[in-house]
Design a binder for this molecule. Structure first.
Ligand code: C2E
Ligand code: MG
Ligand code: MG
Ligand code: MG
Length: 286
């Protein structure tokens, strides 16, 4: 890197290039540090799951999404930063199994407080390449006596486009058991609605960028997705709902399932169980 920096001095835009190299070096160093720490993070109990409610049109909690948190050097590192690293190293398979078990265990507790509540778990495409993936999910369903239709696996659009027959096959094996599938961050990738239909996807989570923009162009997109959902038989969930206004427009568009800071931030497991036990509604939109 020092060589590159020196070489760049002779370049046309020395300052710019040197700045770029500095950033590159910093981010490389950080990646190396995090990667090293991630090797021990599970054994050191540095991971935990938090749970964000998903509500229906009345503000009633119908589901929770399990979200991974990594407590490292005194603070939580964002999954957006460390999940890609774990995908590259393959460590996502192990941690994916870990959070799936956590989520199933908490779901079985939740079901004692409220019947019919479901749990959403994010699945990386890498986990589908693990030959034990389907068995693991089935075993957890058995061990925690989860009604399979209350386990919702969130996949990204990349999975939809995967040519891999094996992935298709695994999805359909789990669907035969009753497990439901959602497409996460919908609208940010390259989904084909016909593939979503053929794959029998149950829910589409509209990416929060569209909700963020719903007072403008986002509304047209949200309305279009909602209209298509009626004929293609999937349900729509809005992600990242932050204001009462957004919730109200979503309702006008016919979108009733919502998730976002307006209703609740992700909660620690105790708080999630507590909120269910209290049976309270979360700021219903008018
Ligand atoms: P995601 O699955 O789309 O999860 C929603 C993200 O949006 C979460 O970020 C959540 O905290 C955040 N969020 C929720 N409501 C709002 C809102 O109103 N406004 C804003 N600005 N943000 C909101 P988080 O927890 O940082 O997770 C980021 C991403 O990391 C997730 O996006 C998911 O792709 C990935 N991830 C998290 N946990 C797991 C996991 O256990 N396994 C895998 N494979 N990926 C995970
Ligand atoms: Mg998700
Ligand atoms: Mg999402
Ligand atoms: Mg998202």
């Amino acid at each position: 890197l020092a060589d590159i920096a020196m070489f760049s001095q002779k370049g046309k835009y020395p300052e710019r290039v040197a700045f770029y190299n500095h950033e590159l070096e910093e981010s490389l160093r950080r990646k190396i540090t995090l990667n090293e720490a991630l090797r021990y993070a599970l054994d050191r109990n540095e991971f935990r799951a938090v749970y964000q409610p998903i509500v229906d049109g009345n503000g009633e909690i119908v589901s929770f999404e399990a979200l991974l948190r990594w407590h490292f050097q005194g603070r939580d590192i964002s999954p957006a930063e460390f999940i890609p690293l774990m995908e590259q190293s393959g460590r996502i398979v192990q941690i994916g199994n870990w959070i799936m078990e956590e989520a199933c265990r908490i779901l079985s507790e939740m079901l004692k407080l409220k019947s019919g509540i479901s749990m959403c778990v994010n699945i990386s495409i890498i986990q589908f390449y693990d030959k034990e993936f389907v068995d693991n999910v089935n075993n957890l369903i058995d061990r925690y006596a989860i009604p399979p239709h209350l386990l919702h696996l969130e996949v990204t659009e990349s999975i939809i486009h995967s040519e891999q027959h094996t992935i298709y096959h695994k999805v359909s094996q789990l669907q035969k058991r009753g497990v439901k599938f959602s497409v996460d961050d919908f609208g940010t990738g390259y989904s084909s609605l016909s593939v979503i239909h053929n794959m029998n996807i149950d829910f589409i989570k509209i990416d929060r960028s569209f909700i963020n923009n719903i007072e403008n162009k986002g509304r047209t997109i949200v309305q279009a997705v909602k209209d298509i959902s009626e004929s293609l038989d999937f349900d729509v969930i809005a992600e990242g709902v932050e204001t009462e206004k957004q919730a109200a427009i979503l309702k006008q568009c016919g979108v009733h399932f919502m998730q976002g800071y307006y209703f609740s931030r992700p909660l620690e497991q105790g708080a999630a169980l507590h909120i269910l036990a209290a049976g309270q509604q979360l700021s219903p939109a008018h």
